[in-house]
Design a protein around this ligand. Structure first.
Ligand SMILES: Nc1ncnc2c1ncn2[C@@H]1O[C@H](COP(=O)(O)OP(=O)(O)OP(=O)(O)O)[C@@H](O)[C@H]1O
Ligand SMILES: [Mg+2]
Length: 390
């Protein structure tokens, strides 16, 4: 590839990567302030704290928590209160042992990955923290994955980490992140350490907020003047449907690449539209993978019922759902459950429902599938579901 041509628009690809943590998170000032308020006592009087960050996909939970930890660790070190932090992704590490191993490995890379009980690993962690005299902030990202596998004991242990200590400063604070409200997944004992006041909500971004986020990111990653205002507006409009900043940044990146491949010196609206079609299927895929099997079955049944029609009724879908459930070796659930699944899938933006009156005076709910060709959706779902079956 021609180096000159390939760098005409995108000046700094790293600024578009998921790992990049922006210096400042626009429109997350309130969440940042609240985190600072909750954690101020850690800096000032050395007590430990807990916080819970909640919000839907791409609302900046992970990025905000990382920015916050980087900032507070810097501040702590400046005022002689040494701190450190570890972010653990609990979707990738969804057992107590693997989370603990990650924490111990943060201090000791060579700590063996088997042969130690959770109690022994907790003890090792405590030793590392104490010998360094630090306060450690543990961020359990996507903590619902951990809790759903029944690991609330670990959260209990970590939230009471300092209890057996007599006097002295605290050594461990906890931040939990989840898309869903998860306090009800915690057992009462750990729940008592998570005060409701420490829940921080991340709403979906509104169109203006997305515009600012994309404009910021374009300025960081693109050469000056290569992403005109109208392309940025269009990306904001498109991604406002989900309020998802990750979706917006993915479109920005893809659109930039398409423009470069075409040898142009700036990004057009058409690049954005093409990028959207491409990104949508990537994002849809990850959303589908996140659904549990019953919700996947409902979506697959909808797609199969749809074929080339614009709308299908819930009755038609429910019939096909029962067949599809059998096909995948699952027990079809009753009518009420089916409705709950349907609502959940539509809440994820994967299908749309609308109610309308019919001539006999009854009301019928119609379902449609937005944005993605039904055939492509069916193929994608069958592939995903055969993978999870294995
Ligand atoms: N306010 C913001 N300013 C700048 N960039 C942002 C902002 N919010 C989110 N982003 C960027 O959007 C992307 C998604 O954000 P992040 O990963 O923090 O979302 P999330 O809430 O953790 O989503 P998920 O629930 O899927 O894990 C990241 O690349 C992040 O840098
Ligand atoms: Mg995240």
């Amino acid at each position: 590839m021609n180096q000159y041509r390939s760098s005409r628009i995108i000046r700094d690809l790293a600024k578009l990567s998921f790992d990049y943590v922006p210096e400042k998170l626009v429109h997350r000032e309130k969440q940042m302030d609240k985190l600072c308020m909750i954690f101020r006592p850690v800096l000032e009087s050395g007590v430990s704290q807990t916080a819970l960050l909640i919000g839907s996909v791409g609302t900046g939970k992970t990025a905000t928590s990382k920015r916050f930890c980087l900032d507070i660790v810097r501040e702590g070190n400046e005022i002689g209160r040494p701190m450190d932090f570890v972010v653990v992704n609990c979707r990738q590490r969804s057992t107590e042992a693997s989370v603990l191993l990650r924490l111990v490995n943060h201090f000791d890379e060579r700590f063996p990955d088997r042969g130690f009980s959770t109690m022994e690993m907790l003890r090792a962690l405590r030793k590392h923290i104490e010998s360094r005299g630090i306060h450690l902030i543990v961020v359990l990202d996507e903590a619902d994955a951990l809790l759903r596998r029944g690991a609330s004991d670990l959260i209990y242990q970590l939230s009471r980490f300092d209890e057996e200590k007599v006097g002295g400063r605290s050594s461990l604070s906890l931040i939990l992140i989840s898309q869903k409200y998860l306090l009800d997944l915690l057992d009462p004992a750990s729940l008592s350490t998570f005060r409701r006041a420490n829940v921080i909500k991340f709403d979906r971004y509104a169109v203006d907020e997305l515009r600012d986020i994309i404009a910021d990111r374009a300025e960081l990653a693109f050469s000056p003047g290569t992403a005109p205002d109208d392309t940025i507006d269009l990306i904001a409009d498109i991604s406002a449907e989900f309020g998802d900043a990750r979706f917006a940044i993915e479109i920005l990146e893809k659109a930039g690449m398409l423009a470069e491949e075409d040898g142009r010196s700036y990004v057009t609206a058409e690049d954005v539209r093409t990028a959207k079609a491409f990104t949508y299927s990537v994002v849809t895929r990850s959303r589908i993978e996140d659904l549990d099997i019953q919700r996947q079955l409902v979506l697959l049944a909808t797609a199969r019922a749809m074929r080339d029609r614009a709308y299908v009724t819930t009755g038609e879908v429910e019939k096909i759902y029962r067949v599809v459930a059998e096909e995948y070796g699952q027990r079809p659930r009753g009518h009420t459950q089916f409705w709950a699944y349907l609502r959940a899938v539509s809440g994820e933006g994967l299908l749309e429902t609308k109610v309308s009156g019919d001539p006999s005076g009854g009301r019928t709910t119609y379902i449609s599938i937005p944005d993605i060709p039904v055939k492509a959706l069916i193929d994608m779902m069958e592939e995903i579901m055969s993978e999870t079956e294995k």
